[in-house]
Write a protein that binds this ligand. Structure first.
Ligand SMILES: Cc1cc2nc3c(=O)[nH]c(=O)nc-3n(C[C@H](O)[C@H](O)[C@H](O)COP(=O)(O)OP(=O)(O)OC[C@H]3O[C@@H](n4cnc5c(N)ncnc54)[C@H](O)[C@@H]3O)c2cc1C
Ligand SMILES: *[C@@H]1O[C@H](CO)[C@@H](O)[C@H](O)[C@H]1NC(C)=O
Ligand SMILES: *[C@@H]1O[C@H](CO)[C@@H](O)[C@H](O)[C@H]1NC(C)=O
Ligand SMILES: *[C@@H]1O[C@H](CO)[C@@H](O)[C@H](O)[C@H]1NC(C)=O
Length: 699
């Protein structure tokens, strides 16, 4: 019951987004298509290196308004084909476009026109007159239209779409090459092969061909019996059938894109080339690559996120007050209550939270927060590694991935944890919020996240639809959906790491049952996505590999009343006990893991390298200047023995009061003195009055 209910609302959520936008402009620059006008139509479509499909619409026509969401979905679906055939719109209701629509003889809206590549300037295109305007139909028409080109006007970058014969393909077997060759073998009326060829158009390192199921010699040699199938010729001369769970276009395309060495090519426009070469000359990552398993989530990434957030990003705010302070408090609350594992990080966040809540000040210096994060008071069991150790968030070079990746990961984990522990936020200020994790994330991103443009986008999305999130499941799904929209938007942009291309997530390799096809269009199975997210970001899938933070609380002072934590802590302990990373993938580098678990590096030393590293991390996130104040704060003495205290289990709360504690003491002392004095004067005055009043008659 509840399941179907949220499912419906989630679907509704997606539709409402489209409908809401319709009030203003039907299409915006954010949509994955080209918006044409009277001045740009002809230069764009005539003598173009690619073919074009243009929808002439009118913003007042109800039909066009209804159809716009389909058109956007089509444009998204064939976004990667745009070097062969582009998708565009032109609004005939705009005054400046009246003339051009008349010139092109547009009588009805919407009108669909195909323009051939290398067409003459007087080419007015071919009108599509079919009744069916569904995505699959139009997409197949685009393929047919491309194939209608002759050798002479063939779009420059469009690969051949005709089937290859066994005579052409069989000689390739056993040959070495600098790329993969994938052969899609299919029935003649299937479009899968041609669609996959076009899907891979912008990727280097792989060439896709199609062949027909009627080609006996080919089938006999390769042993292919089911269609469509993909057969893969590897660069080293070996060949194998590509294993797909479902014989769908989306599965073939995503598997081919994720082959090692296959990369998205630099974009033609947008200064892609210059940007990429410039980027490549950047400082290469000096660190050794850490092997990881993309089906796991790494604690090292979460800890690095918190380290960067608390010690670098926050450091750009020298004092926290008002909205900032509230946001920070809420963030600390969420992490303290929901961060899985109950280890020293939770202890730190708990301490920080207690301190923030007990503080009577409405403005606190950042330095005080830093002192606590660095555990200057040497509270036993409190520790947060002061090192950026990206694992699942490693980039192929400095400036890619890292912090923003880990921040996404952290919030995904928190939404899933909130769902797993419904009561965790009881008795906090966030208890009554409908989507507390998302609201806190929204406020955090808006207030502190260094990437300003990201903040604006996220705020827009949150303002549009966050109020519709009413349950913990919807929270998980909303964030997943939002993240995929960002992935879609950023695919092919400069901030994309070529080794980690942005794509709809989870890929079929991670979750085959998450993907389906409906009327020839890829759709998500949202219920399966939800259960996948619960599993993937659940406490059971967190790997301690490479983590510098001890996973056990060092003995006695157990935090009061956190039952969930005990349960999780037990699980973690069991796993670690099984032998230093005995969990999935652990066997690859056991020594390293064990070393990391046993001895957290001396914080002071680590701290400096971490800050240096942070300063070099100039990417999209976090203004580079942000590292400045942290650098200043880093070497401040006193942090030395913290590592020892964390390990040795010396319960030393009384030992090292820091400046904030001292000033609080003084404040308290002064207050109580004042109070006593007030009391004293009050009673003196009262007793004098009393004497005056009562003594007179007797005198
Ligand atoms: C709130 C926010 C807004 C941002 N907005 C922008 C922006 O507007 N412009 C910009 O250039 N950059 C933006 N970024 C940064 C950008 O989204 C990436 O984080 C960055 O480019 C690094 O990408 P990545 O390849 O490491 O993968 P990320 O997108 O950071 O993803 C990290 C990991 O999460 C998993 N994942 C991927 N997709 C999903 C999903 N849908 N659901 C659950 N898990 C998933 C994968 O394992 C992936 O490796 C934003 C970041 C954040 C946190
Ligand atoms: C079309 O473009 C090509 C180069 O892309 C150019 O050589 C040719 O002259 C152009 N033809 C017309 C008619 O503009
Ligand atoms: C392809 O060309 C044929 C013959 O010229 C024509 O009948 C058909 O409509 C064209 N198809 C498309 C999609 O343009
Ligand atoms: C060819 O490469 C694949 C994958 O990279 C590998 O599994 C296989 O062993 C290699 N074969 C040879 C003969 O090198």
């Amino acid at each position: 019951m509840a399941g179907t209910l949220w499912f419906q609302t989630a679907v509704l959520l997606c539709f409402l987004r489209g409908a809401l936008g319709a009030g203003a402009r039907l299409y915006t620059e954010e949509d994955p298509l080209v918006i044409l006008s009277s001045s740009s139509l002809k230069p764009t479509v005539s003598n173009s290196s690619s073919a074009w499909l243009v929808q002439f619409y009118s913003s007042w026509c109800g039909h066009c308004i209804q159809y716009s969401s389909t058109w956007k979905a089509l444009a998204q679906d064939v976004k990667d084909w745009d070097q062969a055939i582009g998708v565009a719109v032109l609004d005939c209701a705009q005054e400046e476009n009246f003339d051009v629509c008349k010139e092109y003889g547009i009588h009805f809206y919407p009108t669909f026109r195909y323009f051939r590549a290398h067409g003459r300037p007087d080419d007015q295109g071919t009108t599509y007159r079919g009744a069916d305007r569904e995505i699959q139909t139009v997409r197949q028409l685009m393929v047919n239209f491309l194939q209608n080109h002759t050798k002479l006007d063939w779009p420059d970058l469009c690969p051949p779409l005709e089937p290859y014969s066994s005579a052409e393909l069989l000689p390739l077997l056993g040959q070495r090459s600098d790329h993969y060759t994938a052969v899609i073998i299919e029935e003649p009326d299937s479009y899968v092969g041609r669609e996959v060829i076009l899907d891979l158009l912008q990727y280097s390192g792989v060439v896709v061909r199609r062949a027909l199921a009627a080609d006996r010699p080919l089938l006999d040699t390769l042993g292919v019996t089911a269609f469509p199938s993909a057969y893969l010729l590897l660069p080293n001369g070996t060949h194998t059938q590509l294993a797909v769970q479902k014989r769908l276009r989306f599965f073939f395309s995503s598997l081919l894109r994720l082959l090692p060495g296959v990369q998205r090519r630099a974009r033609r426009g947008g200064g892609g080339d210059g940007g990429h070469t410039g980027a490549l000359t950047g400082r290469p990552s000096s660190e050794a690559w850490r092997d990881f398993d993309s089906s796991q989530v790494y604690l090292a990434d979460l800890e690095s996120a918190l380290h960067y957030l608390l010690r670098v990003e926050l450091a750009t705010h020298s004092t926290l007050e008002g909205e900032e302070l509230k946001t920070f408090k809420d963030f600390v609350t969420i992490v303290a209550k929901l961060y899985p594992g109950g280890g020293s990080v939770v202890k730190l966040m708990d301490t920080l939270l207690e301190w923030l809540l007990s503080l009577p000040l409405d403005r606190i210096p950042y330095q005080a927060v830093l002192d606590l994060v660095d555990n200057k008071m040497r509270i036993s069991g409190v520790f947060l590694g002061a090192e950026l150790r990206w694992v699942g968030c490693q980039g192929s070079r400095v400036g890619l991935r890292g912090y923003p990746c880990s921040l996404w990961t952290l919030f995904h984990v928190l939404t899933v944890q909130h769902d797993a522990m419904p009561n965790a936020l009881e008795n906090t200020a966030l208890e009554d919020e409908a989507a507390p994790v998302l609201q806190v994330m929204r406020r955090y991103i808006r207030t502190f996240f260094g990437c300003e443009q990201c903040g604006r986008h996220f705020e827009q999305a949150a303002a549009d639809s966050l109020h519709r999130v009413q349950s913990r499941e919807q929270q998980i799904v909303w964030l997943w959906n939002q993240h995929n929209m960002v992935n879609n938007r950023l695919a092919g942009s400069l901030s994309e790491d070529p080794l980690f291309p942005k794509a709809p997530w989870p890929s079929p390799a991670l979750c085959a049952s998450c993907h389906e096809e409906k009327d020839g269009v890829h759709v998500w199975n949202q219920e399966n996505v939800l259960s996948f997210l619960r599993k993937h970001y659940g406490a059971g899938n967190l790997s301690p590999k490479y983590s510098v933070t001890p996973q056990h609380l060092p003995a006695p002072p157990a935090p009061p009343s956190r039952p969930q934590e005990d349960r999780l802590g037990g699980g973690r302990g069991g796993r670690a006990g099984a032998g230093g990373g005995g969990g999935a993938g652990g066997e690859k580098q056991p020594e390293k893991t064990r070393g990391a678990e046993e001895q957290p590096a001396a914080p002071q030393q680590v701290e400096r390298t971490a800050v240096q590293e942070a300063a070099g991390l100039s990417g999209g996130a976090g203004p580079a200047g942000g590292a400045g104040p942290a650098g200043g704060a880093g070497p401040a003495g006193g942090a030395g023995p913290a590592g020892g205290a964390g390990r040795g289990g010396v319960w030393a709360l009384a030992l090292g009061f820091n400046s904030v504690d001292m000033s609080l003491c003084v404040l308290l002392y002064v207050c109580s003195c004042l109070f006593l004095m007030l009391l004293f004067f009050f009673f003196r005055v009262r007793s004098r009055r009393w004497k005056l009043r009562h003594n007179r008659p007797f005198v």
